[in-house]
Design a binder for this molecule. Structure first.
Ligand SMILES: O=P(O)(O)OC[C@H]1O[C@H](OP(=O)(O)OP(=O)(O)O)[C@H](O)[C@@H]1O
Ligand SMILES: O=c1cc[nH]c(=O)[nH]1
Ligand SMILES: [Mg+2]
Length: 208
């Protein structure tokens, strides 16, 4: 699939296994999700725009690299928040916008309830963040909102994706880059990802 990037690094896959394990308790789940997000940031920023500057080492002048675009992280509440601290470890200066979308448990349709973005968001490198891409409804709702704000280039960082969700996003927005640690098998009849890791928001916040 075009514009789908599966990050298969062993360190990351080992952490994903901890998250999948139903015995993993809240504190370890939180910590591990944050760590995995940090590791994925390394990959997702591979194509971030840079410029070159002169730098003096103690021995001579050489050419160095600086990032030349501000970064905006946009977590989809609530579960996306669980990845933000880890990403900020590598991008401490990033701005954070918030999009509140939850999935109605019966209809599985997205319900939007909050939006706050930085003023200049369309001039920045934007990373939309949510650990779970299931039917794709929540991601699509968030992407529509960001597109309406004039954001053209979008990177979507998730952890576990279902083929149904990837298809739904790419049917409508083929140019959105989706980065994930796993492309799982399918959705069950309640819209949960199989094998998945359960309800990410509930496991993070103890609301199961
Ligand atoms: O692709 P979809 O079918 O839309 O499902 C994925 C969404 O479901 C979960 O959120 P949830 O609705 O449980 O909200 P929460 O994060 O507040 O728990 C998850 O964090 C995604 O946002
Ligand atoms: O498997 C799933 C699907 C949607 N949301 C989750 O948190 N988990
Ligand atoms: Mg949830």
């Amino acid at each position: 699939m075009n514009n789908l990037f599966i990050i298969e690094h062993p360190l990351l896959q080992a952490k994903l296994t901890v998250l999948r394990d139903k015995r993993t308790k809240r504190q370890e789940f939180r910590q591990t999700l944050s760590e995995i997000a940090m590791l994925m940031t390394y990959d997702i920023t591979r194509n971030i725009p840079v410029s070159h500057v002169k730098v003096e080492t103690p021995l001579e002048e050489t050419t160095g690299t600086v990032l030349n675009k501000d970064v905006t992280l946009v977590p989809i509440l609530r579960a996306g928040l669980g990845m933000i601290d880890g990403i900020l470890e590598l991008l401490p200066d990033a701005r954070v916008g918030h999009v509140g979308v939850y999935r109605d448990k019966k209809t599985l349709l997205p319900v939007e309830y909050y939006l706050k973005l930085p003023e200049n968001v369309k001039e920045t490198f934007v990373i939309l963040v949510d650990p779970m891409l299931a039917t794709g409804g929540s991601a699509l709702a968030a992407i529509e909102i960001l597109r309406q704000k004039g954001i053209k280039e979008l990177n979507f960082l998730c952890l576990v994706a279902a083929p149904e969700g990837v298809r739904a996003v790419h049917e409508k927005f083929p140019d959105v880059k989706i980065f994930t640690a796993a492309l799982d098998r399918q959705l069950n009849e309640h819209g949960y990802i199989l094998p998945g890791l359960g309800d990410a928001g509930d496991r993070l916040y103890g609301t199961e």
